[in-house]
Design a protein around this ligand. Structure first.
Ligand SMILES: Cc1cc2nc3c(=O)[nH]c(=O)nc-3n(C[C@H](O)[C@H](O)[C@H](O)COP(=O)(O)OP(=O)(O)OC[C@H]3O[C@@H](n4cnc5c(N)ncnc54)[C@H](O)[C@@H]3O)c2cc1C
Length: 406
């Protein structure tokens, strides 16, 4: 089998590369700044997005009618892949990569008209507000209530660990709208204005270095037409959103990071010899290169699968983004072995090795729950991807009984 890109795709990637080289400041370090979400950084990417819109790139894979270029998911991933090499991202990335594709796949025509074009233009931002203190892996256990009242639904409850930085224009919120069994059939999704009266935010910093949000809904009135898709079918919509979230393609970002660490290993000295001559460092570098290449292949496999979604149906495997998480763990562990106690130093310390990256990788490997933990992704691969049987009911009964007895 031969992998490759068409001439058109190569041209698109070359144009994207040039765009990134021209627009991104030379001193920008994607491995550090890219993961942080300060207002200033967000503003920079918003402007970057606006410039990309003139070329049609942020939404190249969407239908022309909704602000796209009508190309396939492969071209979309080709653009994303170049961007990841440079550590770039579009301003309204959450709205663009999660909310809009779900509305395009499952929303009504009116909803597509209302939300998709402004998202494509980068004019509005949205957070994916699903997780709650008692509803993470067990998404069906959402307790944030939405109760009908005249022309509105009134929302009360809490979300937690929500990504996206500062206050968004919209909260794509999963709510409980019925008390039924099974409970996943009583959930619905609403687009809630980010500044609606009764919505409040509390910052939640994580070990991984990101700034998450707790979001509180206190008697928040939302017009009924903001219900996305059908009432009580929100769980299925949330799963579609996860499909898009977990099916990230491309993966050139890791190649850049590999190039950087090789450069460092040539310059840094250990016992008067270049670091890369040390057997432990060589082992680490070789493993990192293999991990990076696997990530690259998984990324393109996923992009190809997504480009065939009409024919093959939803992507069940999540293998690429699962691998990305696992490989962070392996690399974090190897860096710890090579850099030893220096792993504990932050980037700002003058004694930190390799710009503090060993420490950051170590921290980041403890925060890999975003978009579903590795265990849950394995469950999805086993169940929906490979069609393996679920745990027999009688075992569940026995486990629950044992838990009850303490
Ligand atoms: C950096 C970051 C960004 C995030 N961004 C968002 C966001 O934008 N929007 C949003 O809605 N949420 C977001 N989340 C929340 C994330 O989706 C949840 O943390 C995740 O789904 C896990 O839920 P939990 O934290 O409640 O853990 P739990 O569900 O309580 O799980 C705890 C542990 O038990 C394991 N576990 C649970 N059930 C099973 C099972 N059946 N089989 C095997 N193992 C199991 C899990 O793997 C995990 O290790 C983010 C989280 C992080 C860390």
């Amino acid at each position: 089998m031969e992998f490759g890109f068409s001439e058109g795709q190569k041209k698109l990637m070359a144009e994207m590369r040039e765009f990134c080289m021209n627009e991104i400041p030379e001193d920008y370090d994607p491995e550090y700044s890219g993961r942080f979400q300060e207002a200033e950084t967000l503003e920079f990417w918003k402007q970057f997005h606006q410039k990309g819109v003139e070329k049609g790139w942020p939404t190249a894979g969407w239908p022309k009618k909704y602000g796209g270029m009508g190309l396939s998911a492969i071209e979309q991933a080709a653009i994303a892949s170049e961007m990841s090499y440079w550590g770039a991202r579009w301003g309204g990335i959450m709205a663009m990569s999660l909310v809009a594709p779900t509305i395009l796949a499952a929303g009504t025509d009116e909803q597509r008209e209302k939300w998709v074009p402004p998202i494509a233009r980068g004019e509005i931002t949205a957070f994916e507000a699903f997780t709650e203190p008692d509803a993470g892996s067990d998404e069906a256990n959402v307790q944030l209530r939405a109760v009908p009242d005249g022309d509105e639904y009134v929302l009360n409850g809490q979300k937690t660990f929500i990504s996206g930085g500062v206050k968004p224009d919209w909260l794509y919120t999963l709510c409980k709208t019925a008390d039924v069994t099974p409970k996943h059939r009583g959930l619905s999704i609403f687009m809630v204005p980010g500044d609606a009266p009764g919505v409040s935010y509390r910052p939640l910093p994580t070990m991984g270095g990101s700034q998450q949000n707790e979001i509180f809904y206190d008697n928040v009135g939302v017009p009924k037409e903001n219900l996305v898709g059908e009432l009580n079918r929100g769980f299925y919509l949330a799963m579609t959103t996860f499909e898009f979230e977990r099916a990230a393609g491309g993966g050139l970002g890791a190649r850049r990071s590999m190039e950087k660490i090789m450069e460092y290993a040539r310059q840094e000295k250990l016992n008067d010899k270049p670091l890369y001559k040390d057997p432990k460092a060589r082992d680490m570098l070789a493993r990192m290169a293999v991990h990076q290449h696997l990530g690259f292949l998984f990324g393109w496999y996923t992009a190809w699968h997504r480009s065939q979604r009409e024919k093959l149906g939803p992507q069940h495997y999540n293998s690429g983004t699962l691998w990305a998480r696992l490989w962070q763990e392996f690399d974090g562990e190897h860096m710890r072995r090579v850099f030893g106690m220096y792993t504990q130093l932050k980037q700002k310390s003058k004694y930190a090795k390799y710009h503090g990256r060993p420490g950051r990788t170590w921290e980041y490997m403890h925060a890999h729950h975003a978009a579903g933990s590795p265990e849950i992704r394995r469950v999805v691969i086993a169940d929906r991807g490979l069609g393996l049987p679920r745990i027999p009911r009688q075992f569940n009964v026995q486990i629950n009984e044992a838990l009850r007895q303490g």
